[in-house]
Design a protein around this ligand. Structure first.
Ligand SMILES: Cc1ncc(COP(=O)(O)O)c(C=O)c1O
Length: 474
């Protein structure tokens, strides 16, 4: 996974296997057999069901988070420790959501003990504390291109700030992204999210004029990339990319493709933004940019940066980041972008971030995480092979993707029923796994932490073995 050749191979394999899986009819689990499996599960989780009924009165759809919701009701979680979480009735789940990727060391890690002790005695202040500076120094030591940094609270907010900066710096308005990629929910990059080709489906509330400022290019389509950039180069402020591909690599991109993006950006003086909200400090100490040998102009961080609390950042060369200046003269010249945030660089989050980066420095967890992920993928793939299913798993560092339902490379309204069938199958699988005490993100994405053990892996494999036994072979 560490060399570009092996990443290329990984991406190639994923596409070959995806084609094979696409040819297979979608496997629907028989309802009656499932009903038998679920008896105990629904009995054990009755309190979550009652809480969900109540939540529907207060929350849209009864939930606050989309990707962890599993129909018919979500499990209400009370706490967590290591690789496990506990629901309100004390049931234990093996968790692969890891706070949507934010937890690198598992829950309630001992690495944060000192933070809680300090906060218990110190209480905390909000502004101008030494930890924000220490965190900036540490990030810079890990990611040398992040010379200067501005903290925010969520990945979404940091992406929005980076795009505003790029537009102000370049005096250009257009932004290019890869189809299907999610860079937070704000415009303009909310265009064409989740499934390449959905276009403006998720853009209600965004004025057309703003929506049209986002151009999309299909993953790995060199000629579309070249055409888009050449045609509008003088109007494009930035290209934003997530490695290892949209949706944390569910739509994997080849390293050569990203290198070509970087080359074209340099050639046409377009800013190259790497969205490392998921990958920063998860794939490597230096982020995905170190693994892929890329030199972005701007780097966006989040998730692991705050150790499971709300912290994000935009970093890069001082010449860029100084655009976040409060200097009125610069503002008047159009050389400053006003941003702020009551909770930006709040002390709790920066202390958690600092403790995270210190733990990374002391433990260098990446080889072990890679090995765990490789073992998980190997065991799953041999299980799928021996059961005769074209399902497959692959990984980028500690991000594991498991595909039991492949998605066509482009969404189209004429195939909407096929899409719905695929989606409901994924939900069926996700609910089955949850009934076996396993939580994942969207039923396909599994984040590993240093806390996951061989025993956890055995649990996962057993759950998949049971799942395969339920799938009709004809
Ligand atoms: C690549 C990427 N960028 C940005 C975001 C938005 O981050 P947040 O949820 O913190 O707003 C996400 C969220 O999952 C993400 O995966």
């Amino acid at each position: 996974m560490r060399t570009l050749n092996s990443i290329n191979q990984n991406v190639e394999d994923a596409y070959v296997k995806r084609e094979a899986l696409l040819k297979m009819p979608i496997s629907v689990l028989p309802e009656q057999k499932l009903a038998d499996q679920y008896v105990g599960y629904f009995e054990r989780t009755g309190e979550s069901k009652s809480l969900f009924e109540k939540a529907k009165r207060y929350f849209p759809d009864g939930i606050q988070h989309h990707n962890t919701y599993v129909s018919p009701y979500p499990i209400f979680i009370k706490g967590g420790c290591g690789s496990k979480v506990f629901d309100v009735e004390g049931n234990t789940y093996l968790d692969f959501t890891m706070g949507a990727g934010a937890q690198l060391f598992g829950y309630a890690s001992e690495h944060y003990e000192q933070v809680w002790q300090t906060l218990a005695t110190d209480r905390f202040s909000l502004f101008h504390h030494p930890e924000e500076l220490e965190l900036a120094e540490k990030v810079n030591a890990f990611m040398p291109l992040v010379e200067s940094i501005k903290f925010f609270q969520s990945g979404t907010e940091a992406v929005k700030a980076a795009i505003r900066l790029a537009r102000a710096y370049q005096k250009r308005d257009l932004v290019v992204k890869i189809s299907g990629s999610y860079h937070g929910w704000m415009s303009p990059t909310i265009r064409d999210i989740r499934q390449p080709g959905v276009g403006d489906l998720y853009m209600s509330g965004v004025p057309k004029a703003e929506a049209n400022l986002c151009l999309t290019v299909p993953a790995n389509d060199l000629s579309a990339l070249q055409k888009t950039i050449r045609k509008r180069s003088r109007k494009i402020a930035a290209v934003i990319v997530e490695l290892p591909g949209p949706e944390s690599g569910r739509i994997p991109i080849y390293p050569d493709f990203v290198h070509e993006i970087q080359r074209l950006c340099r050639k046409h003086k377009i800013l190259f933004i790497l969205d490392e909200v998921v990958t920063g400090f998860r794939l490597a100490k230096g982020g995905a940019q170190a693994v892929y040998d890329l030199q972005p102009d701007l780097t966006i961080l989040g998730k692991v940066l705050g150790g499971g609390t709300s912290l994000s950042a935009v970093g890069g060369h001082r010449d860029f980041i100084q655009y976040f200046s409060r200097d009125v003269t610069q503002t008047v010249r159009g050389r400053a972008v006003f941003v702020g945030g009551t909770m930006a660089a709040n002390r709790v989050s920066t202390m958690m971030g600092l403790a995270t980066l210190q733990a990374i420095e002391e433990n260098d967890p990446y080889n072990t995480l890679d090995q765990k992920a490789q073992k998980m993928v190997d065991r799953l793939n041999s299980l799928f092979d021996s059961a005769g299913f074209p399902f497959f798993a692959y990984h980028f560092g500690s991000i594991v993707q498991i595909e039991l339902v492949a998605w066509p490379s482009k969404f189209s309204w004429s195939r909407i029923f096929d899409f719905q069938k695929r989606l409901s199958s994924v939900h069926q699988y996700q609910l089955f796994l949850q009934s076996q005490g396993i939580l994942s993100l969207s039923g396909t994405r599994f984040f590993l932490s240093t806390a996951h053990t061989d025993e956890d892996l055995n649990h996962l494999i057993n759950a998949y073995r049971k799942l395969l036994e339920l799938i009709p072979t004809k």
